[in-house]
Design a protein around this ligand. Structure first.
Ligand code: DAH
Length: 348
């Protein structure tokens, strides 16, 4: 073969395959053309075999020509493949009926539990009144749950009827805390006045479940200790708290009471929202619902925590989150909070 013949054949192959590639109908046709031109027995491959018989000068001229043609055909094949693939995808998309106006499927969203909502509203108000967050353990020793709070050994609150005792292997006698008041002893042991804390959390009592009782429920403890804190401060702050929570028109009353850890002690009642004070089965006919216990911190409690009651005084309160949530949300059965019926939870 002469160099001239080689050049002519190159030009022929180029023309023929460039045409064929550009008019190939589908990916199969492109692949067939690749084999026909560049495959082991392909037209260009066969042509290049002649190079070995060329004289050195001719080889130098013919070699680059053949390589350039190979590169050009490869590029043309790749281009065509890409174009055809894009066309195929477009056609496929055109065949599917895509209704872009169809609303998306709703993703079920979680939300706060009503008790969390209630607790947050309470702690939000308390923090505006200057209380900061504190916490204590659920599994507590009797010292912090009872003794330091001036609850004597034979006090009925320590009875197994009210208290869950736990076997822990600890040398101390352990209980599930019966109130958040354990945070009072825990906190005052470590921190000295002035102090003003709120301690929300879970508490445990050996009660059976009914419309107003649950063996596990929630309280928020409040404690304010400084110089000259007295009953008037307590009354002012709890009134502000209750009105903030239940509305300005809320009627409340302070009723003398007794707790071992406060002296004097008072319970705060709220005019029953279920019957507007007329008397119903929820307020047991009294027109009032007991909301929280409170009082001036007993000097023995301060002393037990290493605070001098001659210098400092304080007030404390403890309230049931469920109770208040029931009033806020007009729920008349405590079990509603624990059954997790989505039809109810979705309403808050
Ligand atoms: N610990 C009491 C209870 O669980 C509630 C309570 C009453 C807490 C008076 C106090 C308080 O801090 O001063 O029933």
């Amino acid at each position: 073969m002469t160099l001239q013949e080689f050049k002519t054949l190159c030009a022929q192959i180029e023309r023929e395959y460039t045409d064929k590639i550009s008019s190939a109908a589908d990916l199969n046709a492109v692949e067939e053309l690749r084999v026909a031109a560049l495959g082991r027995k392909g037209a260009l491959t066969e042509l290049l075999k002649n190079l070995k018989d060329f004289a050195i000068e001719d080889k130098k001229a013919a070699g680059p020509l053949g390589n350039a043609l190979k590169t050009a055909l490869t590029a043309a094949l790749e281009n065509k493949t890409r174009t055809l693939a894009a066309q195929a995808l477009n056609e496929q998309l055109n065949q599917v009926d895509l209704d872009l106006t169809l609303p998306a499927r709703p993703v079920p969203a979680g939300r706060r539990h009503p008790l969390s909502i209630a607790q947050k509203r309470m702690t939000d108000i308390l923090s505006k009144l200057g209380f900061t967050w504190a916490e204590g353990p659920w599994v507590e020793d009797e010292k912090h749950n009872f003794d330091m709070l001036n609850i004597p050994l034979h006090h009925p609150a320590r009875d197994a009827q009210d208290t869950f005792f736990v076997q822990t292997g600890s040398p101390l006698s352990m209980v599930l805390r019966t109130h958040t008041s354990n945070v009072q002893s825990r906190f005052m042991e470590k921190h000295k006045p002035p102090l003003r804390i709120m301690a929300p959390g879970r508490v445990f009592r050996n009660d059976s479940l009914d419309a107003t009782h649950s063996p596990v429920f929630h309280q928020i403890e409040g404690l304010y200790v400084d110089k000259n804190v007295n009953m008037a401060d307590l009354k002012r702050d709890l009134t502000a708290f209750m009105k903030g929570l239940l509305g300005d028109k809320t009627e409340i009353r302070f009723r003398p009471s007794f707790f071992p850890f406060t002296e004097p002690s008072a319970e705060v009642d709220v005019k029953c929202v279920f019957c507007a004070g007329k008397g119903c089965n929820i307020c047991k006919g009294t027109g009032w619902i007991e909301m929280l216990g409170s009082g001036v911190v007993h000097p023995n409690v301060l002393k037990n925590c290493g605070i001098d009651p001659e210098v400092y005084s304080g007030y404390a309160f403890g309230m049931g989150v469920e109770r208040l949530a029931m009033m806020m949300m007009n729920i008349n059965d405590i079990r509603t909070f624990y059954e997790n019926d989505l039809r109810i939870l979705n309403q808050f």
